[in-house]
Ligand binder design. Sequence first.
Ligand code: ACO
Length: 430
Amino acid sequence: MSQFAELTLEGKTYQLPVLEGTEGEKAIDINKLRDLTGYITLDSGYKNTGATKSAITFLDGELGILHYRGYPIEELAEKSTFLEVAYLLIYGDLPNKEEFFDFENNIKRRTMVNEDIHKIYDGFPVNAHPMGVMSALASALAVFYPGSISAHPKKDYDVVDLQIKRLLAKMPTLAAWAYKNSQGHPVNYPKNKYSYIENFLYMMFAVPAEDYEQVPEVVDALDKLLILHADHEQNCSTSTVRLVGSSHVSLYSAVSAGISSLWGPLHGGANQEVIEMLERIKDDGGNVDKYVAKAKDKNDDFRLMGFGHRVYKNFDPRAKIIKKACDNVLSKLGVHDPMLDIAKKLEEAALTDDYFVERKLYPNVDFYSGIIYRALGIPTNMFTVMFALGRLPGWIAQWKEMREEDQPIGRPRQIYTGAVNRAYVPMEQR
Ligand code: ACO
């Protein structure tokens, strides 16, 4: 491979360094481009822009490959647990027994949240969307632990490590409480005899003075879903976490920004939108073809939610695993969900339609996840919160890598297209 790319501008030729990643991905390094030429590059939506080098997650959109720290997602989903994957993403390697025991215990010891944070819930309206509540409360953590703003993951290792464990420990509590609050029900305090996933389910669903019975199939399915969502390289919310974190604000604030970014219907919010779309199709008589036609109609704003992906142009490996898990969970729990029939019909119709084939639009991770969440009893407005709980280790790992490498503050440029040098006219003369 050539070490340089040549660029000719206004009769002058420049050599720009070429880089290659460990999986063969190639890039032209334009770090010095503006200094050398006076030009910048323009790439709306960053479709061709590498914002960073990273050793965390590799994905190949054409081949449908996803690896966390070199391990294929299929293997991790089958053999690992969410907390083990969290450790892998954040610290770089799979933990041995002692390391895992220590990690898990440290998290278990921090699942309680300050009672003053509990009071913040009272300030939200009863039907507040839990994603808004989660973002606000993640941000509130920065205020409750103010000494930790600006901490550096290498220079202040213990401080940052505590922030990481606090976040992993407290987010499920904050999420379950957001749900309980939206129901007007009393919250359940964490019970640390439970595993990470069991504890979340307990806080979500236990009713006062009744035993709470854990269902292994439910625990396993949720664990798998969180693993599948744990990281996805430089997506919208992760880039947000890196960008916000690059100003050296605290990890809590950067994660809060990530949650807000994830909420959008074009990103994590799609899992809620998928179920709402399937319900709409069902209530409208189940006419799948009508909705496929609407999605293709450029005069109609309707899109098939859960279809298409910025990077995957062949298939989304996570969607494959989820579809199989969906069938398993539904049959193990003995649930028949008419939404699944509609989803399968919709997938079949879209995958054989030229519009979707030509544009390489396939079901993404969110297409079937909502159906599993429904079967597990998770309410629709909590779907994106589940995604956020899953993505948390990825955000943490990416933030940590960015800060450890002392990356500069993110500050894109622009091509200005507005008015030029206008003279001010006093209001009475306009
Ligand atoms: N339904 C109908 N048409 C679609 C869809 C869809 N879901 N997705 C893309 N298209 C069409 C576009 O209209 C466009 O058509 P054109 O070339 O004729 O103008 C073409 O396919 C390319 O689409 P873009 O929006 O340019 O693709 P982009 O990479 O910018 O967007 C995105 C990707 C946002 C995921 C898009 O496919 C979409 O909106 N999907 C639905 C929302 C969704 O499921 N989001 C979750 C993504 S996964 C995640 O974040 C976890």
